[in-house]
Design a protein around this ligand. Sequence first.
Ligand code: AMP
Ligand code: ZN
Length: 463
Amino acid sequence: MAQKQKLAVTLYDSLARAERPFEPSIGNTVRLYTCGPTVYKSPHIGNYRTFIFEDLLRRTLMVAGWRVKHVMNITDVGHITHSETGEDRGDQIAQEAARLQKTAWEIAQYYEKEFIEDNAALNNLPPTKLVRATEHIPEQIALIKTLEKKGFTYRTTDGLYFDTSKLQNYGELAGRDSATIQAGSRVAIGEKRSPTDFALWKFSEAEGEKRDMEWPSPWGMGFPGWHIECSAMSMKYLGKTLDIHCGGSDLREIHHPNEIAQSEAATGKTFSRFWMHGAFLTVKDEKMSKSSPETNITIATLRERGFDPLDFRYFTLGTHYRKPLSFSWEALEGARAARLKLVGALAKLPKRKAAADEDMKKDILAAFADDLGAPQALARLWQGIRESASRPAVLWADHLFGLNFAHIPTASPTPPHIQALADAREEYRRSKDWQKADEMREKLAAEGWRIEDTPRGPVVHKI
Ligand code: AMP
Ligand code: ZN
């Protein structure tokens, strides 16, 4: 049977620094890897902006006709790498655990569960595979052993390091090479040979000190460096060459160049065919940060202020994923009003196919297929609604937007004579005239309506 013609999708590749036509390398399945959350605190809405952009990508690829195998990691090992230098910032999961008198394992479990729930409330599709770093220690050790065998590592007193000078094209993704960084760098590098070298395996600090999270390895008791988990787990589940690898724009500087270095040094193959990075969400021109109470806005903060997480999703759809976005409560109010207006308009749209449908669907898909042009697609959706596109066409478009329209109760408006019967029944019930109340119920049923008593009072539904 002839293969169905796939829609042409163009994506901006951060490594090529250009938009390129995309197709999966093998068959019909896209191998997508997205760097997941670090689970020592609740993710902030900046993190979720990135997860929403990645979800739009996934939805676009699916509507374009491909299957998407989406792998995301959960960084539950207690280590974070400083975003400027690649140095270890210390064991943040362990610090949070000590503060709350819980084990590192309990902290990680708690925030992982919260992430899964909040991600679902934003209507992001769950990854095909969500993988924990702590459950892939042998794979990480195996990869480090390969790198060691190939001569890419050296040992210091605190760990085993990757020697970035051994790679010609190190840092290409970030747009710099290790020599330039070395020349301009003022950071203390300790025993490292070069500022860009990074830890593959860190030793547990003191002899006899028991950490919540530590594992034996050929190099001693310790824990893996941050970058290695993504290389080990993505290649385990998706093969040596991924189709697309995503993250926020900060990861383009250190984490992703390091993932490329480790993976390509080990396999000799291209690690990912496409790299995509979402721009940052800022608050009052500041970078969001989990450690600053001013800018650390979470999904729980949104709810406390009476917002639906989908208001935030709508807010992010208004700006292209590669443009920085500044958050404010006023802007979120605006997004909520627009989303509710959309929901209200949806209930009034024709239920059967309409003349405006096909053009609207085609244009919305084309906007998403052009490097995820959500703002254009959203504007086109509004135009379609003004032109009386049908409800099924809008619900179809929601496979791309993910605003969860299908689950919004769009109860059919109750005609006045039906409402009058329902009110009369309620009146009889109040005066305990059960016989008359039942008569009203039967009359409603004869008209094709059913009455249901809910905690908020009686509600009528079309049968
Ligand atoms: P983390 O939990 O810090 O490892 O981050 C999870 C994801 O969120 C990564 O893809 C980061 O690049 C991304 N990210 C972090 N801060 C922001 C921000 N302010 N705006 C957008 N994405 C962010
Ligand atoms: Zn990663």
